[in-house]
Ligand binder design. Structure first.
Ligand code: 48F
Length: 260
């Protein structure tokens, strides 16, 4: 029988996880949320050698992309976004002119794999519950185990620092809400406040989501659905192209900012 020791297994987990976390306490980009937009953003940053980590509340990555619409696990993307799926090696088929479909499970698993292999470190089971702010600039995150959050335990969090932070938390836009609630920072929106999401309008939403993916406060970007929540735009429902294009846009903006 091959010798296997329980203590060695425990040591392997504890030591390597601790090393990984220690190496990621200071980042170039910290992304909150491993949905489609956050993982796409992370992929393009890591591909260019940037130090980027994603903090995801759930055990699973993928956010709302596992089940295209009403649990039917096919996703729809438009032509512009299909190019991203092509680059990632995710199979698509033409449904009708400008409407492509992909298997949601293939899309999430491949996007995650490509992001991780490009160098993104994903920390799942960790929730961002606050931010670090210095000189009116968002410069890091305050993190706690999601299990602690769920159990309502009175346990203090830890912090990480990042040159840039991305709120890719989906409809909730949790990080921008924290900044709005806890600081006097004026958001870069029309009213300096979160404008809120409108009812579904796919065509308009897919366009505005990309425009709205930008810096919302010094050091803090929105990406994916949180962009329409923050800057005001309709929800887009079961189409995912805008999420991918939004993640890519923010990554390229950050690449420019990081090279100054
Ligand atoms: O919701 P989600 O998939 O965001 P997205 O990338 O994509 C939106 C679409 O799925 C869909 C849509 C398409 O038409 O509108 O809704 O904008 O993924 C967001 C992820 O962020 C995690 C959450 O668990 C999910 O996996 N998350 C949210 N808040 C936190 C968080 C937090 N405070 N800390 C860590 N993770």
């Amino acid at each position: 029988m091959e010798h296997l020791d329980e203590i060695k297994i425990s040591k392997a987990i504890i030591k390597t996880y601790t090393d990984k976390l220690l190496k990621n306490l200071e980042l170039e980009v910290a992304i909150v949320g491993a949905g489609p937009s956050g993982m796409t953003c992370g992929y393009y940053l890591a591909k260019e050698g940037k130090k980027v980590a994603i903090f995801e509340r759930k055990l699973s990555v993928g956010g709302g992309m596992w089940a295209g619409g009403i649990l039917f696990n096919q996703i729809v993307v438009q032509k512009k976004a299909k190019e991203i799926l092509d680059e990632l090696g995710i199979n698509t088929s033409l449904f009708e002119k400008n409407y492509y479909v992909a298997d949601a499970v293939e899309a999430v698993s491949t996007l995650c794999s490509k992001a991780v292999k490009a160098g993104v470190k994903i920390f799942n089971g960790l929730s961002a519950e606050d931010v670090l702010i210095r000189n009116n600039r968002i410069c890091g995150l305050v993190l706690n185990w999601s299990a602690v959050e769920m159990a309502g335990l009175h346990v203090d969090p830890i912090s990480i620092k990042a040159k840039f932070t991305v709120d890719a938390t989906g409809h909730a836009a949790e990080i921008v809400h924290i900044v709005e609630k806890k600081s006097k920072i004026k958001l870069k929106t029309k009213t300096s406040k979160i404008l809120g999401e409108g009812s579904m309008w796919v065509e308009l939403a897919e366009e505005t989501i990309v425009k709205n993916s930008k810096e919302v406060a010094s050091g803090l970007y929105t990406c994916g659905m949180s962009s329409n929540t923050v800057f005001g735009g309709p929800r887009m429902g079961p189409i995912f192209g805008g999420m991918l294009l939004s993640g890519k846009k923010v990554a390229f903006e950050l690449l420019k900012r990081l090279s100054y």
